[in-house]
Ligand binder design. Structure first.
Ligand SMILES: NC(=O)C1=CN([C@@H]2O[C@H](COP(=O)(O)OP(=O)(O)OC[C@H]3O[C@@H](n4cnc5c(N)ncnc54)[C@H](OP(=O)(O)O)[C@@H]3O)[C@@H](O)[C@H]2O)C=CC1
Ligand SMILES: CC(=O)[C@@H](O)[C@H](O)COP(=O)(O)O
Ligand SMILES: [Mn+2]
Length: 391
């Protein structure tokens, strides 16, 4: 796709990635138009965004009575329920679907958008982790590109511009290490929700922030990279980079390593995806803060210690086992993170619960969409009942 203006569907418009995507649209109104907006429960913000961007369609998932009532009064023309996401993703006047909803529900709308020939700008990593084989095959069959929004994958994607996949030696994904990078196992036993939500370098929604603290986020990102770049697990490494300035690297067969660096801001990967292959003048507009090496001084790199962060190991094991294991991982993690945020389990119990669910899983190979969704639901339910049985 080379023409502008590009018409966007924004799924998850009230969230962290969604709001930053709208910042980009505000900066470049001649290049981007918002055709559809979809959110879940933040009716007030969705209503403001609707006034400002005048989309053709607004969808609100509104999965409880209070939100529904608010939506009826503030968003009288919005489509409510899960059909809204599908309608927003497949609207005829959309070129790019930005998938920035949190959690599991992005899978069906993403597949529907691909079937409708839309370009996908993908932030939601759970979609590829649980159904990478379905999503990538559908994209191939429909000749639809998937442009990464996740900062590490955007970095790899930028490093691969003008390069051949067969000349990749390794992908090196960077990890901040999260708020507990230097905490001992003993300290991890008693960390609070508030501490886990205090990410050192990124401001993000609650689910991904907790995943960053457990390092599950990095495990999910390895699985995501395996699908996006068709590189086997053995050739994807993770390195701790606490400043979140080097967003990832690619090592090539000749030993050369390319990296992408910038101060941490999601505006950059969002601009990269929405404008691909163009680069937008973020610096000139003073929209992106420049990285000045002389001010930074030095950068740190360290190995990832798996013993303190078992979620990373669980994600890799699930990815290598394949079949429905990654679906069970995603479902169990979603439930475990919710239970932790609700104060029902402690930090280290997140990994214990996910491991217990994975041990009980009876996998099947090559799941279809229905099986994928069923396994996720089974994993959530199993995590919930295991937690109840323990309390
Ligand atoms: N934040 C970041 O910097 C990054 C995020 N990502 C990924 O991007 C995705 C979004 O993350 P983030 O923006 O942090 O998450 P947030 O929790 O901040 O936002 C989630 C968004 O999804 C909406 N939403 C949730 N469920 C539904 C649903 N069923 N139907 C419609 N809308 C729904 C929410 O609506 P409402 O607010 O109205 O309830 C909100 O707009 C995640 O998968 C995350 O892993 C990847 C890289 C970086
Ligand atoms: C901004 C982004 O892409 C996040 O996924 C980020 O990577 C989280 O940081 P961690 O490296 O701590 O997981
Ligand atoms: Mn990331």
């Amino acid at each position: 796709m080379s023409t502008f203006p590009r018409r966007l569907a924004l799924l998850g418009c009230t969230g962290s990635v969604g709001r930053q995507t709208l910042d980009v649209v505000r900066q470049f109104p001649d290049l981007f138009q918002v055709t559809t907006l979809a959110a879940r429960s933040n009716v007030e913000l969705l209503s403001q965004q609707m006034q400002e961007f005048q989309p053709a369609l607004v969808a609100c998932f509104a999965d409880n009575v209070e939100v529904k009532e608010k939506a009826h009064s503030l968003l009288p023309t919005a489509i409510l329920g899960d059909q809204g996401l599908l309608a927003a993703a497949t609207h005829a006047d959309v070129d790019i679907v930005v998938v920035a909803t949190s959690g599991l529900l992005a899978l069906r709308p993403t597949l529907a958008a691909i079937a409708a020939g839309k370009t996908i700008a993908l932030a939601n990593k759970e979609t590829l982790v649980m159904a990478g084989h379905l999503v990538m095959e559908a994209a191939r069959q429909n000749n639809v590109p998937i442009w990464p929004l996740d900062s590490e994958h955007s970095a790899v994607w930028q490093c691969l511009r003008g390069e051949e996949n067969k000349e990749i030696e390794r992908l090196l994904l960077t990890a901040s290490g999260g708020p507990f990078r230097t905490a001992s196992l003993e300290q991890l036993r008693t960390v609070t929700v508030e501490q886990a939500l205090a990410h050192p370098t990124w401001r993000m929604g609650p689910k991904i922030t907790i995943d960053s603290a457990t390092l599950m986020n990095k495990g999910l990102e390895v699985l995501e990279a395996r699908w996006l770049f068709d590189v086997p697990f053995e050739r994807i490494e993770v390195v701790i980079q606490p400043e979140s300035i080097v967003h990832s690297m690619v090592e090539f067969v000749d030993g050369s390593i390319k990296m992408q660096a910038s101060l941490p801001s999601m505006h950059l990967p969002i601009m990269n995806a929405l404008a691909y292959p163009a680069r937008l003048p973020g610096l000139e507009r003073e929209f992106i803060r420049p990285l000045r090496w002389s001010e930074i001084g030095k950068l740190n790199f360290a190995p990832l210690e798996m013993e303190r962060f078992p979620c990373f190991r669980l994600a890799l094991e699930a990815g290598k086992r394949g079949g429905t294991y990654p679906c069970a991982l995603v479902g169990a993690d979603e439930e475990a993170v919710e239970l932790f945020l609700d104060g029902k389990i402690r930090f280290l119990e997140i990994a214990e619960l996910i491991e217990a669910v994975l041990e009980r899983h009876q996998p099947c190979e090559e799941p279809d969409v229905e099986q994928t969704i069923e396994v996720c639901a089974w994993a959530r339910e199993t995590a919930r009942s295991l937690c109840k049985a323990q309390s």
